[in-house]
Design a binder for this molecule. Structure first.
Ligand code: BTN
Length: 260
């Protein structure tokens, strides 16, 4: 296990990402630190990177579990127009999925809307948070990325049955700096293309294994059952139910093995 090589990451120039890298060993959450720095005027592309989080979080305020120095925990500050927000999540999941597939030689897929999965287990989660000014304009967004790189899932009872890591899938530990370098380069490329007007939703939909399957969606306790048909440009899931088409903006999706 070795520390991340920040000089290597800083040495690679990209369009937007990595304009500044803020590297800390321990932080409560890279989301909170990135938000604080963004509020203080940090430039677009700032990356907050940590070896350990004491309050790492995921969607629905769930705890994000990781081991000191074994994984990748980072948040990126972006300042796009609000219309591009949903595509930032698409870009991040596509970037991680591409790299996970490349470094393991096995297929990674996306579970709508923000998980990267390998063989039914989660290898990465993406969290998007945004801050809007009083005038209603988007000030900035923070894209949080957790990637289980060298995590030993058996060391964490709470996730041992649902999580995996790139190392577990590859059968050997990986150099975290190389993985991060690849993710940042791919995300940088995708971010530049979405800002230039490229619609990532088709590319994203092709990678979502939820599509075409019978699903149940928990929307804050309200259940929607049906077949996931696709996603729209805003990243919402289109579900065909017995009562008609349902556009799911947010929720927890489970693929059903038996028809309701
Ligand atoms: C999810 O699976 O719901 C999203 C998980 C996001 C975890 C990452 S780790 C880096 C960043 N800091 C956090 O506290 N959360 C995100």
């Amino acid at each position: 296990m070795s520390d991340l090589k920040i000089d290597v990451l800083r040495g690679h120039s990209r369009r937007v990402l990595g304009s500044e890298i803020d590297y800390v060993r321990t932080v409560d959450s890279t989301m909170d630190r990135a938000r604080l720095l963004a509020e203080q005027g940090a430039p677009e592309g700032l990356i907050v990177l940590a070896e350990r989080q004491t309050k790492g979080r995921g969607r629905f305020d769930r705890k994000w579990v990781s081991s000191m120095g074994r994984d990748l925990l980072f948040s990126v500050v972006v300042r796009p127009e609000a219309e591009f927000l949903a595509m930032c999540n698409m870009a991040a999941t596509i970037a991680v999925q591409d790299v996970a597939t490349a470094v393991t030689g096995k297929t990674a897929t996306i579970k709508w809307p923000n998980d990267v999965m390998m063989f039914g287990r989660k290898v990465s989660g993406i969290l998007m948070e945004s801050v809007t000014s009083k005038s209603g304009r988007l000030d900035f967004a923070v894209i949080g990325v957790g990637i289980n790189v060298n995590l030993r899932s058996t060391a964490h009872p709470e996730i041992r049955n649902i999580a995996t890591s790139l190392a577990e899938q590859r059968g050997a530990e990986l150099d975290r700096t190389e993985v991060l370098d690849q993710v940042l380069s791919r995300l940088d490329e995708l971010y530049a293309s979405l800002l230039s007007g490229v619609d990532l939703s088709k590319c994203w939909a092709d990678r979502i294994d939820t599509i075409g399957r019978e699903v149940e969606v928990n929307q804050g306790g309200e259940m929607v059952y049906g077949k996931a048909l696709g996603v729209d440009r805003d990243g919402s899931l289109i579900v065909e139910t017995e009562k008609g088409t349902n556009i799911v903006v947010a929720g927890e999706v489970t693929v059903r093995t038996t028809k309701k």
